[in-house]
Design a binder for this molecule. Structure first.
Ligand code: DTR
Ligand code: ZN
Ligand code: ZN
Length: 547
């Protein structure tokens, strides 16, 4: 494909009928206009035709249409699109429908994710000899993540190896702690030293009918222990967190009644995959983003934005003949631990090593429409890790990073860097040695002054104030930012998909896709030098016979 950059327009011709002084003044003006024109790098003028076309097709309208679909889906399905829910399933249907419409043959890859939901707040009540119940304050009681449902009525309460003194406690960490434990009783253990899951498993093995884990009292006395049993059904009796204060109060109790009403199970979920019809599969570019949302909200910036971007790029590329195959991916189970992308890579490793070998690169889009956005490119060459450790990206990732910066340079937009910090779906690809890159516009971290200046944002405010919250809806997006990021991803996908001799990340990438800053600077200097010489020549002539 021809990828010659369009040249900036030449400075307009000037009439030669004025006095020499006029002429030199006019020339000086023309030179400054030329310099200004080149420095400003008029956006589309720097792009080749194919890049201009794909970035125009990946439009704000297309992106907004997909975001609106995800927002409507969340509204119709309990306010979220988490893996394992009907909201996720409807999101899959939207992506599959749009892909089919565009001529793809999408396929679903099934795997399982842990699912947890609190149906009704857990309760704990002490029961006096006469049967009178006293409920613990509800804000000091909460089922641990992945606790099963269950009910105990007037169970004997037994404290396990604790007198309630504040501090981390080994209470319940050893099976020996339960030597005197009477099966059928409710176990009361204090937080610390080992996981709540271990304490609960030991209690269950000793015959406990329910487990109450109260806080160590190191920090807040009146907030329940928040913890996770790590996976559904690891423990099969209810496990409830209590505040330190409530736990100490219970030390005097003889009998308690306990209820927990939850859903804690493994559920089937899917990745959505779609391939271009053309292109060499031995040089596949995988571009993906997670389609699942957090349970706390509609997940429009996280990650309706990346899902919409990947979808709009797929739509825009549908009728383009490519040299290297592109595989579009929408991952499930990201929020439960990067599970969809992990499943995808492990399946390839186990059953289709040639396809893994043929994966030339992975591009990730997670949170690319933050309301107070920075244009962050994943740091592929390790240049910006600032001392603290990040994932070491495989060789070739630096070239991908350069390609993004070059695109942004070519349209006159500043770009920065973000670390591979292990928080998104590139992890499995990096661990498999696949060169990786991608874009990100920021989570609930606050924007620095420097970033506010270069990205025209608001210093001291979060990039995304609604991260994992109910307000991450259709209003929680900067559409211009999302379009800029989606266009950049489209341009980079196109560049590698249409490169003639495979995806070669060792080759210097500077070149066809746009004019880099160095080229622009050299252009400015050259125009300046020519202009200066012209001015001098004109002046000398002007001083000639009549002057
Ligand atoms: N953990 C991701 C959001 C996230 C946080 N930091 C980064 C950096 C790069 C990409 C994504 C993220 C999530 O909640 O999906
Ligand atoms: Zn998230
Ligand atoms: Zn995310």
């Amino acid at each position: 494909m021809s990828t010659r950059p369009r040249r900036p327009r030449p400075p307009h011709q000037v009439s030669d009928r004025r006095s020499p002084r006029w002429r030199s003044a006019t020339l000086a003006g023309v030179i400054s206009i030329a310099v200004a024109a080149i420095t400003a790098l008029p956006a589309q003028a720097q792009l080749d035709d194919a890049t201009r076309r794909i970035t125009e097709t990946v439009s704000a309208d297309r992106l907004q249409a997909h975001l609106q679909a995800f927002d409507d889906i969340a509204k119709a399905h309990d306010g979220n699109r988490a893996s394992g829910t009907s909201g996720y399933r409807a999101s899959v249907d939207h992506v599959v429908g749009a892909l089919r419409e565009a001529g793809y043959e999408p396929r679903l890859q099934t795997f399982r994710v842990p699912y947890f939901e609190v149906v009704a707040p857990a309760t704990v009540a002490t029961v006096a000899d006469d049967g009178a119940r006293t409920r613990l304050p509800s804000r000091e009681v909460a089922a641990l993540e992945y606790s099963v449902s269950g009910e105990v009525t007037r169970g004997r309460l037994q404290a396990v190896d604790t007198d309630g003194s504040p501090g981390d406690s080994t209470s319940g960490c050893e099976t020996g702690d339960f030597e005197d434990f009477e099966p059928g009783s409710v176990a009361l253990v204090q937080q610390g030293e080992c996981s709540p899951g271990r304490k609960a498993a030991n209690a269950e093995a000793a015959g406990a009918s329910a487990v109450l884990v109260f806080g160590s009292g190191e920090r807040r006395h009146d907030r329940p222990v928040r913890g996770s049993l790590e996976e559904p059904r690891a423990v099969t009796v209810p496990v409830i967190g209590l505040s330190h204060r409530a736990g100490v109060e219970l030390l005097d109790a003889q009998e308690v009644s306990v209820t927990a009403e939850t859903v804690s199970e493994l559920r089937e979920t899917v990745n959505v995959l779609a391939d271009t019809r053309t292109g060499d599969p031995a040089n596949t570019i995988v571009v993906g983003g997670h389609l699942d949302g957090d349970t706390g909200g509609p997940g429009i910036n996280d990650n309706g934005s990346g899902s919409a971007a990947v979808l709009a790029i797929a739509e825009a590329l549908a009728d383009t003949e490519v040299q290297n195959a592109v595989r579009f991916a929408w991952w499930g189970g990201e929020e439960t631990g990067l599970m969809g992308s992990d499943h995808y890579v492990s399946e390839l490793a186990a059953h289709d090593p040639a396809a893994l070998e043929g994966t030339a690169m992975y591009l990730n889009l997670d949170m690319v429409g933050s309301p107070n956005y920075g244009r962050f490119v994943y740091d592929g060459d390790g240049s910006g890790s600032g001392g603290h450790h990040s994932y070491d990206a495989p060789a070739g990732s630096g070239a991908i990073e350069d390609a993004f910066h070059e695109y942004f340079d070519s349209v006159g937009l500043a770009s920065g860097e973000t670390e591979f910090d292990g928080e998104s779906d590139y992890v499995a690809f990096i661990e498999a040695g696949i060169p990786s890159g991608g874009l990100y516009t920021g989570d609930d971290d606050t924007m620095t002054g420097r970033d506010a200046r270069r990205f025209d944002g608001r210093a001291g405010e979060p990039h995304d104030p609604c991260y994992h919250r109910a307000c991450d809806d259709i209003t929680n997006i900067d559409l211009q930012g999302l379009e800029e990021m989606s266009d950049a991803a489209a341009a980079v996908v196109l560049r590698y998909a249409t490169s003639a001799d495979g995806v070669d990340l060792d080759r210097a990438v500077r070149g066809p896709a746009g004019v880099g800053p160095l080229t622009a600077l050299l252009g400015v200097l050259a125009v300046g030098a020519v202009g200066l010489v012209t001015v001098l020549v004109v002046r000398r002539r002007g001083r000639g016979p009549g002057g």
